[in-house]
Write a protein that binds this ligand. Structure first.
Ligand code: UDP
Ligand code: MG
Length: 331
């Protein structure tokens, strides 16, 4: 088989309840496309029967390829692995829970054929998600837009189509903090949005806990903005100005109004706590950046593969760059 025209990458973490429906809707869409397609499932260390289901699909349908991680590495890393192995001229990334409707793919393909190298889906509406999550997401994307060095479009997730050219650039980017929607914006090329209504999850629980979402948000901010580092400088400058003013005031009172003593145990305590807090927060922000430098410097592989199957042109040697297994299934 020659290289497929389209690849669809789907990260999977405990999605056994979604896989059958996902597969049937996706394969109907892929059948309707004008070229061959491969479906790349990336099993991100699922603890349910997802991997078994994926292997079955691979047996039934030659278009299905899969990678399976040795443990849970997280959504962004799973997508990254999919991008490393996908071979299509156009590569689509989507979630497994059918929040990203597969039926949008033909529209994306149309835009790609019209000459856009990146076609991303932009949410106009989120359904059945808690108001807290919606509010946080709303606030976050707007803050990110203001602070980030690159123009990351608001309300976009990872659901997109990318041309081979863009995927190759992404694959060549060595960083381990992979905030893909940010990297995608950073790369440039001709990009366009398709508005869509984000459906509720088809089945199963949300895999992004609050902690994971927060982590992803901080990753996005820190990887694409140096403004937080500057915030402590600004607060420091303002505090210094206030301190100077206070010093002048204290001296004035000391010499010209000796009777109006500047009393205040409370004032001092509040000042100490406030400055202490500012310093700790600044150190924390510094730590976020230094921790990331540390992660990058260690240079560990982004993921470990336990199993893969269905890829046509991946030699064991290439696979070995990513994994410790000797004999990947070439079936
Ligand atoms: N996912 C993953 N690894 C994780 C968490 C999530 O591969 O550690 C996958 C999950 O299976 C789904 C996608 O990432 O296909 C999005 O997850 P989810 O729907 O839970 O998050 P949402 O973005 O909808 O809040
Ligand atoms: Mg979801």
């Amino acid at each position: 088989m020659t290289e497929p025209l389209y690849s669809v990458i789907v990260p999977i973490y405990n999605e056994e309840a979604n896989l059958p429906e996902l597969y049937s809707r996706l394969s109907a869409v892929l059948d309707s496309l004008d070229g061959t397609a491969e479906l790349v499932f990336v099993n991100d260390g699922s603890r349910d029967r997802s991997l078994v289901l994926i292997r079955d699909l691979h047996q039934q349908d030659a278009r299905v390829c899969y990678l399976s991680f040795a443990r849970n590495f997280g959504h962004q890393i799973a997508v990254t692995a999919g991008l490393n192995f996908a071979q299509g001229r156009a590569v689509i990334i989507m979630d497994a829970d059918l929040q990203d409707p597969p039926e949008l793919i033909p529209q994306m393909v149309q835009q790609w054929q019209a000459g856009y190298q990146v076609v991303y889906a932009q949410r106009t509406k989120r359904q059945k998600e808690s108001w807290a999550k919606r509010l946080l997401a709303y606030g976050f994307y707007r803050t990110l837009k203001r602070l980030a060095d690159v123009d990351i479009p608001t309300d976009t997730g990872d659901f997109c189509l990318m041309d081979r050219q863009v995927v190759m650039v992404l694959n060549s980017m060595p960083e381990r903090n992979r905030y893909i929607r940010g990297l995608r914006a950073w790369i440039g090329f001709r990009q366009t949005a398709i508005p869509f209504k984000r459906d509720p999850r088809f089945a199963g629980d949300v895999k992004y806990t609050f902690r994971k979402s927060l982590g992803l948000g901080i990753d996005g901010l820190v990887s694409f903005s140096k403004v937080p580092l500057r915030i402590s400088t600004y607060i420091g400058l303002v505090s210094a100005a206030i301190a100077l003013l206070m010093a002048v005031l204290v001296l004035y009172w000391r010499f010209f109004e000796p009777n109006s003593r500047l009393t205040g145990f409370a004032t001092i305590t509040v000042a100490i706590f406030f400055l202490g807090a500012v310093q700790l927060i600044s150190i924390g922000i510094l730590g976020e950046y230094i921790g990331r430098i540390y992660e990058e410097v260690k240079g560990r592989p982004l993921y470990t593969l336990a199993e893969l199957g269905g890829f046509q042109n991946i030699t064991p040697k290439v696979a070995n760059r990513y994994t410790s297994i000797d004999n990947p299934d070439q079936g």
